[in-house]
Design a protein around this ligand. Structure first.
Ligand code: BGC
Length: 766
């Protein structure tokens, strides 16, 4: 630990009693013990100092550049720019890296520089530095990279989600950072949207459970030396753009806001999440950044959120230039700030100077009240104090010996093992036999960028130059398992970008055909080119035709074919499903995902992942498991139209599972009651397994169309070989409520059914 000689600043005088060495128990983010100190500090601040606290700039604004205005490598901070931003404009927050990932040493240079004005007494308040560490510390070289959130969701294991949060927080702190722009709690109901892979899937209960576990993992029981502030994003409705394109309007009726989109945020806020990022798109005609009803009334007043909200990238500017709700930037700043945006990700220079000047002027003009400014700054100071940022002792990378180490990798590997989902396994094609000769092929088989996806070392994650040395590609994982003699590689097709859109082309066709003919089994790795946000907009969910053609070529060889889908969202593969011997959904499993995949394919691990979304069969028909009955109505008036490729919650294993004896404690219940549910789950195989018991409830009739069924509980249980486990669950009748058109909750009497696997029990609410 490096100790700075603290120059006593105003806050330090006030704060001295509370200054403790950074340790696991130094802070509890639910406390308000520092309120009086924060109030005193706030009272001592000028308007300019307060405004600076609400301003966030990107590192690019203070990094040193060469004569061509290119960032100097390795990174250096330009002391004049730093002085101007932090001392003159009193900027309170910084985010991101430059173009690519940093080493721990680079981070030390940056962090030492950006904290120095506070440490040296030039500013009263330290900065807070935010980063997108969304599947591990994605912007620190050699960090532990986990499956992306969509894969983590497929584990259906909140304990793993929590451990992921802990590891990521630890490695974020090793990088000198205290604030993570994660988790994404947007519901994954629009697979066309480029950020589907960043979500935890389509169901509000699954997203709430897994998302709040990640958030708790980031923050720990107390921040101490190993926790970071979570940032719930993107509040709210961002993930459901009607056009499928990033940052475009969503229309979500109040009923579905209450039932689907708001609950994950509410739960994580109730559990103490410290910050929240705002939806950069538009909900029901109102850009997220001026939605006072949501930002102020719902979040801060109704839910009692104590932390601060941060805008997304350039969103004040976009209110004027893109969403056209403000005639000029002044108006945009005023509207957003008054709606409840506390901190603005401006983020460039000279725009941040304009932002600060506008804010000061708006306060002078009375367009922004001092009360509102104080409220925002108090929230920011409170989070900074909860994070221990006012302490001048800072840990260094050397204080984090587990960074990128075996202990963390094992958790990332286990997360991948529990996420990868077996969709089809005809005639027990899997597990593979190690004596079989394997051809590993396909566009996603031989580069780490495909198993990691976007937000990996670079924003779009497509630059291969920064790949971690420890990670293995799918090809490399096979080669190290089997040795070079029993497997060969032929790419067959390559993914690339053309005119900013993903494309595939067949490559070295003859090589592929020859090697296919010489092998017993072909493991064909298909999927997507890494991308996110605007650059990730696509026009169709159909898998690129050349990838389907490659699969047809594999089938024509009459060898066993295992399709491995390396994709962040479900791409339509209907035409190649029936001929495949096995199909595995790998999602974007991270640096240790390929080893997990190969261990699963050879049966050294058992599959236990379950789909966190409904896998569509047709490009134009996006269905959800909880569809109301009308969605399933066919042309012949039967109710058989609901026909996805695979269902939400689907996932096979090497064990054969049988559910029996679903019992409920009461068949007639009152509104205050709790129903006891039990079911026996038998593992009829010789292999131990993990099974996700999923409890769904359907409401037979209601005054607003009822969901077909909704997930109300789940648990991932271990079942030994050839044994039976009895699973018990308590369902509160209050959980049977649904929302009306205004979004208010109702409980109506009548018949309800509980469904577990293919078993059903019905009861009546009186
Ligand atoms: C994204 C956010 C991200 C932020 C900072 C934005 O463009 O929408 O999810 O946290 O950039 O990198």
């Amino acid at each position: 630990m490096v100790r700075f000689i603290p120059v006593i600043s105003t806050f330090c005088l006030l704060y001295l009693v509370a200054c403790q060495p950074a340790s696991e128990s130094a802070n509890s983010y639910t406390t308000s013990q520092n309120d009086a100190k924060i109030d005193a500090l706030l009272a001592s601040m000028t308007v300019a100092e307060k405004v600076g606290q609400t301003c966030q700039i990107t590192l690019d604004g203070i990094s040193a550049k060469d004569a061509n205005n290119q960032t100097i490598e390795p990174i250096k901070i330009d002391s004049n720019k730093l002085k101007e931003a932090l001392e003159e404009y009193k900027v309170g927050s910084i985010l991101n890296v430059g173009a690519h990932t940093f080493s721990l040493q680079d981070w030390e240079v940056v962090i030492d520089a950006v904290y120095s004005p506070y440490v040296n007494g030039k500013t009263k308040v330290p900065i807070i530095y935010g980063i997108d560490a969304i599947h591990g510390v994605t912007y620190t070289a050699a960090s532990t990279l986990f499956p992306q959130e969509i894969g983590l969701a497929a584990t259906w294991n909140p304990d793993l989600a929590y451990q992921f949060g802990r590891v990521t927080a630890y490695e974020t702190r090793a990088s000198g950072l205290h604030w993570n722009f994660s988790p994404v709690l947007d519901l994954g109901r629009s697979p066309l949207w480029s950020r589907h892979f960043e979500t935890l899937g389509e169901d509000p209960y699954l997203v709430s459970t897994m998302g709040s576990a990640i958030s708790r993992g980031y923050q720990g029981d107390s921040i101490g030396s190993y926790g970071v502030a979570a940032c719930l994003k993107h509040f709210v409705g961002y993930s459901a753009p009607l056009s499928g394109r990033d940052r475009t309007p969503a229309w979500i009726p109040q009923k579905y806001m209450s039932e689907l989109y708001l609950p994950p945020f509410k739960k994580a806020v109730e559990q103490g999440a410290l910050t929240l990022m705002i939806n950069s798109g538009v909900l029901n005609g109102i850009p997220g950044h001026i939605n006072k009803d949501l930002l102020t009334h719902t979040l801060k007043e109704d839910w009692g959120f104590r932390g601060f909200t941060v805008s997304d990238w350039e969103d004040f500017i976009m209110l004027h230039t893109v969403h056209c709700v403000a005639e000029n930037i002044y108006d945009a700043v005023v509207q957003g700030f008054n709606a409840g945006v506390d901190m603005s990700m401006v983020p460039y220079s000279p725009q941040y100077k304009e932002y600060c000047s506008i804010m000061i002027k708006a306060v002078e003009n009375g367009d922004i009240s001092m009360e509102r400014l104080n409220d925002a700054v108090r929230r920011i100071l409170w989070v900074k104090s909860e994070l221990g940022l006012f302490e001048t002792d800072r840990n260094q990378a050397a204080d984090y010996p587990d960074f990128g180490g075996q202990k963390h990798r094992a958790i990332a590997y286990n997360s991948a093992v529990e996420s990868i989902t077996l969709l089809e396994n005809k005639d027990n094609c899997l597990p593979l036999n190690p004596s079989q000769k394997v051809l590993i092929a396909g566009p996603t088989a031989d580069n780490l960028i495909f198993v990691n996806g976007a937000w990996t070392h670079t924003w779009q994650g497509a630059d291969t130059a920064y790949n971690n040395k420890n990670g293995k590609t799918i090809r490399a994982a096979f080669e190290s398992k089997l040795g070079p003699d029993r497997c060969t590689f032929a790419q067959g097709a390559a993914l690339y970008l053309e005119d900013q859109f993903e494309r595939t082309k067949l490559v070295e066709k003859q090589d592929f055909l020859r090697k296919a003919a010489q092998s017993d089994v072909i493991v064909l790795c298909l999927g997507e080119y890494p991308s996110t946000e605007k650059p990730g907009d696509i026009r169709s969910l159909n898998l690129e035709p050349e990838q389907l053609e490659l699969a047809e070529m594999a089938y024509a060889s009459n060898k066993k074919v295992v399709l491995v889908l390396v994709e962040g969202r479900p791409r339509i593969i209907r035409s190649i499903v029936d001929q495949a011997d096995a199909i595995v959904q790998a999602y974007l499993p991270g640096d240790y995902g390929a080893e997990a995949l190969v261990d699963l394919l050879y049966g050294d691990q058992n599959f236990s992942g379950k789909l966190p979304y409904t896998y569509p069969r047709y490009d134009g028909v996006i269905e959800f498991y909880d569809h109301p009955r009308s969605v399933a109505r066919a042309k012949n008036n039967s109710f058989e139209s609901y026909n996805p490729q695979w269902n939400f919650g689907h996932g096979l294993s090497y064990s054969s599972i049988e559910y029996k004896k679903l019992e409920i404690s009461d068949t007639i219940v009152g509104s205050e009651d709790t129903i006891q549910i039990s079911v026996s789950v038998a593992n009829l195989s010789n292999r131990a397994c993990k099974e996700v018991v999923q409890i769904y409830v359907s409401d037979h009739f209601a005054s607003f169309i009822p969901a077909g069924k909704r997930l109300k509980g789940f648990e991932k249980i271990d079942i030994a070989a050839n044994s039976v486990s009895t699973f018990r669950f308590k369902l509160s009748v209050a959980d049977l409520k649904f929302a009306n058109a205004e979004g208010d909750w109702l409980l109506e009497k009548g018949l309800f059914s509980i469904h577990i696997a293919d078993l059903t029990q019905t009861f009546e609410l009186e």
